[in-house]
Design a protein around this ligand. Sequence first.
Ligand code: NI
Length: 140
Amino acid sequence: MPEYAQGAVISGSPDWSRQMQGINLRRALADLKEHWSPRVLGQVNDQYIKVVKVKGQFTLHKHDNEDEMFLVVYGRLVLQFEDGEAALDAGDFYVVPKGKLHKPVAVEECGLALIETVTTLHTGDVKTPLSKSIAEQLAG
Ligand code: NI
């Protein structure tokens, strides 16, 4: 079990009630191997807490029914919209409203935490080779 997840049950059927230690976002990010591949770390009611390491450009997409929160842990993320963009540095967060087209871009590697409704597909309305199922995001 990864160091950040000691005491937590991450894979299989998550049982967050058994978690007896905090989960560290930086360590969880350091454990990720691939860019653009989110990992579920926890759940708050109907929202997942995820981490994802990104670099380069993601696909332009939207989520028709869910807002999505991006929190930058390290690096810089630019969220491009049809009508402008938001540049986020470490410690900044941004909530993309449901239905708004967004394209995450990171020139250098950037570590993010995401808060997303459990039903949110991370590539939204677009199916791409980068799309990961929730099962893949839950897998340790
Ligand atoms: Ni999105």
